[in-house]
Design a protein around this ligand. Structure first.
Ligand code: BMA
Length: 383
């Protein structure tokens, strides 16, 4: 009798474990050799998106409005006492011969350090890449026709392009935690891919060419360079009207982990609610694309330049997201005064800014998750 009972208990444990394993298996990164921290992050982000969305900020630790490179400082932390849960960084400039600083002046040496610090505290890292135009030597906004075809295998700039991917790979592989483990990165290459302003946009390549560009990048980083700490984020502009349009350039479930879009507030939200309505529509489409592809979702860039509307955080952004489940929402960088546009260029409040109080309410909302919330989740461990 006792033997039967013991065997029965073993059977139940076995079946339970098998079920749990199957559940985990169903949600794995597209890189089948992803590191265990990367696998853990992916599964945990999926679970966490049912509770709320992580709050992210670009270049958060490097500078803010009226300050540059002050240890442990962050405009977000100055206002609400907590760091963002997601740290956005950009590799643009790494491909240049002189590549020691990115296109916005952040030294890559510092960036690597900030990434380590954020990861160590339990935050999440995402990286975009405003890479130069390899055909012309111009910047990412040089939309000279034909560049995409020229970097694909067999194209005139393919070998040069590979040397740039080599540089991106060595940066990714240089990101290590205290135990020498690779730091997982949500990699968002060829961002705003449906916009006409970058050389990888639809005015410059067919959907097929774009897909090959993506698939080659994924193959090269994963198989040749052995970067197994990357989760791939497909990212469009905010200009799509249907799921089919959204997925027109989607390169395949086997090379994507997260789907996202970028969209910014323009105009005056106290007079019209176009942004809220639009974000809501975009999120409905994103949700249906996620149901089809079984991927995580995010708003990878958003904001209202200089946040001139005091209640923007709760009355506009929080409302726009509503009950949609997202892994994260990231606000763009706090540059401060921009000499070129002669305007203030920042997207999160700093001490004394007009939306400061409302940002604290947004911080306190149940669904918004900042770094302390993320740290509690132990995102890099499989639970
Ligand atoms: C844009 C602006 C630019 C910046 C670029 C890349 O949105 O913030 O000033 O150079 O992003 O970070």
């Amino acid at each position: 009798m006792k033997r039967w009972l013991t065997m029965g208990i073993f059977c139940i444990i076995f079946l339970l474990q098998k079920n749990l394993l199957t559940a985990q298996d169903a949600f794995l990164p597209c890189d089948r050799n992803a590191t265990k921290e990367t696998i853990a992050l992916y599964g945990n982000l999926k679970k966490l998106s049912q509770k709320g969305y992580l709050f992210g900020h670009q270049d958060d630790l490097a500078y803010g409005v009226n300050w540059r490179y002050e240890k442990d400082r962050s405009d977000v932390k100055d206002v609400c006492g907590d760091y963002p849960a997601v740290y956005g960084w950009d590799l643009g400039g790494l491909e240049r011969t002189s590549g020691d600083k990115n296109l916005d002046g952040v030294p890559f040496k510092n960036m690597r350090q900030y990434i380590k610090e954020g990861y160590k505290r339990g935050g999440v890292i995402t990286i975009s890449w405003h890479l130069d135009n390899p055909a012309t030597g111009g910047n990412a906004w040089d939309t000279t026709h034909g560049t995409v075809a020229s970097v694909l295998p067999g194209g005139a700039n393919h070998e040069l392009f590979k040397t740039w991917l080599d540089k991106a790979a060595s940066f990714m592989l240089s990101l290590k935690g205290d135990n020498k483990e690779l730091i997982p990165v949500l990699f968002r290459p060829y961002h705003e891919l449906t916009g006409t302003w970058f050389w990888w946009g639809p005015n410059n390549c067919t959907p097929e060419q774009f897909k090959i560009l993506w698939r080659f990048t994924n193959y090269y980083l994963k198989e040749v360079k052995k970067c197994h700490n990357l989760l791939y984020v497909y990212n469009t502009g905010g200009d799509f009207k249907t799921k089919e349009e959204y997925l027109e350039r989607y390169p395949g479930d086997d090379v994507v982990d997260m789907i996202s879009f970028d969209t910014y507030q323009w105009g005056n939200p106290s007079k019209e609610d176009g942004f809220t309505k639009n974000v809501h529509n975009l999120l409905n489409i994103l949700d249906s694309a996620a149901a089809e592809t079984n991927k995580l979702t995010a708003i990878a860039e958003t904001g209202y330049e200089a946040v001139p509307y005091a209640n923007w955080w709760t009355d506009v952004l929080q409302k726009a997201i509503g009950t949609h489940q997202l892994a994260y929402v990231l606000l763009w960088r706090n540059h401060g005064y921009n000499e070129w546009s002669k305007k203030m260029h920042y997207y999160v409040p700093f001490k004394g800014q007009v939306s400061e109080k409302n940002f604290i309410r947004f911080y306190e909302a149940d669904k918004t998750l900042f770094e302390k919330d993320a740290a509690k989740e132990n995102l890099y461990h499989i639970h």
